[in-house]
Design a protein around this ligand. Structure first.
Ligand SMILES: *Cc1c(COP(=O)(O)O)cnc(C)c1O
Length: 462
């Protein structure tokens, strides 16, 4: 058993280690060093027979784990679309870990449930989505899309006279999915979880920025779920929401928006117009752990049709039912027991406010613009319209781009990853961390610019 003294020592050790980690993060290599990765191998021991001092275990986790992390929170990580963690959200997460509340039901955690209630309202206002929509707190956009598609499936089938909950999927009227060829691959996973196969998907071609071309839409009908995206994973572009939502509405089709990072464009007056019409959709998902800078494992989905959500997630185990109009968090999500995600959302939004969110979005977009300008001057080709936080760029040949990327990653100054854009091997920057300063941008740009001459001559030899 752990004594109170040990508990105190452990939490103090965790506090010290967390402070040291966040304090030193900017000074270290963004990618973990080969030495740190090799030391990490020490964790592969046999399962211990007996117990061990928890402080010793904690120290080992810190000693071997911390240096082997990828420094995604340091401000110079631009790979994938990841974001960082606002300090107040780390603090809130630490406290919530100590609470260890089961946020599935109000009875087990009034603060978790109440914070979800207030955050739901704030998010619908901030993202300017229909205020009567319901919001579920999930792990990521993959699960957000799954959760929404499950509701969509139930609602669409219900209109066709099929009760999904009672009759299941076998023998049900077939559903159609219409999406663009640029649809994020995780959406196909979400569809699969919902029992919808790849053969049911119809693809619409896209324009040069990866936007679905509304003139090439197939005829929609009341068996159709349309999947659009707010924020192309490469270019950051937005699908033509108004046009497609109008077509869908006439046909009785459902529209879901994958807004994993791009839906945050609605948080700034400078970028909101890009997303006009997105509010006409039926459901949306957006990550907290990407651009809003919440710790990992945080996304929401919102759905206009509360009844569809309750048809799927409402349970009627009498011991779980509450009345009096309070939120039962589990009525909106696939799982029952889970951690208090609403606390981290509350911490971020209460701290930032509307202005803080707007500033985060604007700063990221400004940094992206600066990257594009500096890279272009150094001889890189910018392959997208830089209108949001994403920059796709390359050298003239794939071989040169590959060399440059390796050199940038090895520099330790910054980290970004490869992508394929219009059949070309390219590099992608996503500016999505609140920790990124102008100085981080200049330092990172320097590493990217220095990679050019060596790669151009070496690439020419290939
Ligand atoms: C990241 C991302 C996803 C998947 O989100 P997770 O939170 O990783 O599950 C889906 N779509 C887009 C556009 C994304 O950027």
């Amino acid at each position: 058993m752990t004594t109170q003294n040990q508990t105190t020592s452990l939490l103090e050790a965790a506090h010290r280690a967390s402070v040291a980690y966040t304090r030193d993060i900017k000074a270290r290599s963004v990618a973990p060093s080969p030495e740190a990765l090799s030391a990490l191998q020490d964790i592969h021991s046999e399962l211990p027979e007996g117990s061990c001092d928890p402080l010793e275990v904690f120290d080992r986790i810190d000693r071997l784990g911390s240096p082997a992390t990828v420094a995604t929170t340091g401000g110079r990580f631009f790979g994938y679309v990841v974001g960082g963690a606002l300090p107040v959200t780390i603090a809130a997460a630490q406290l919530a870990a100590a609470w260890d509340q089961n946020a599935g039901t109000w009875n087990l955690s009034p603060p978790a449930a109440e914070m979800e209630t207030v955050v739901s309202r704030w998010l619908l206002e901030l993202l300017d989505l229909p205020r009567t929509s319901v919001v579920g707190f999930v792990t990521g956009s993959t699960m957000g899309t799954f959760s929404a598609i499950a509701a969509a499936r139930s609602a669409v089938l219900k209109r066709l006279g099929w009760n999904m909950k009672r009759q299941g999927l076998a023998g049900s009227p077939p559903l159609r999915i219409v999406t663009s060829t640029e649809c994020h691959p995780t959406n196909f996973r979400a569809l699969g979880y919902a029992g919808i196969g790849l053969d049911q998907v119809e693809y619409v071609p896209t324009d040069h920025e990866g936007r679905l071309d509304p003139n090439q839409m197939p005829e929609l009908d009341d068996h159709t779920i349309v999947l659009l995206q707010a924020g192309n994973i490469n270019s950051g572009s937005m699908d033509p929401f108004s046009e497609v939502c109008d077509l869908a509405k006439c046909a009785g089709a459902w529209v879901h928006i994958d807004g994993a990072f791009g839906l945050w464009a609605r948080g700034s007056r400078q970028t909101k117009a890009m997303t006009n019409g997105v509010e006409l959709a039926d459901s949306w998902c957006v990550d907290g752990h990407k651009w809003l800078n919440l710790p990992q494992d945080n996304a929401i989905y919102a759905c206009r049709d509360a009844e569809a959500v309750h048809d799927v997630y409402g349970v009627n185990a009498t011991y779980l039912i509450r009345d009096g109009g309070v939120r039962e968090p589990q009525w909106f999500t696939p799982e029952l027991s889970r951690r208090s995600r609403g606390v981290e959302w509350y911490a971020a939004l209460a701290t930032l406010g509307r202005e803080g969110v707007e500033d985060l979005i604007n700063r990221s977009c400004r940094h992206a613009e600066r990257f594009a300008q500096g890279l272009s001057r150094a001889g890189y080709e910018i392959l997208n319209d830089v209108t949001l936080n994403q920059v796709v760029f390359a050298l003239p040949s794939d071989a040169e781009t590959k060399l440059a990327l390796e050199s940038i990653q090895k520099s330790g100054v910054t980290w970004l990853g490869p992508t394929t854009w219009k059949g070309r091997y390219a590099m992608r920057i996503s500016v999505s961390s609140a920790a990124t300063t102008e100085c981080d941008v200049e330092q990172s740009l320097q590493a990217m610019v220095s990679a050019v001459p060596a790669c151009r001559s070496a690439g020419a030899d290939l």
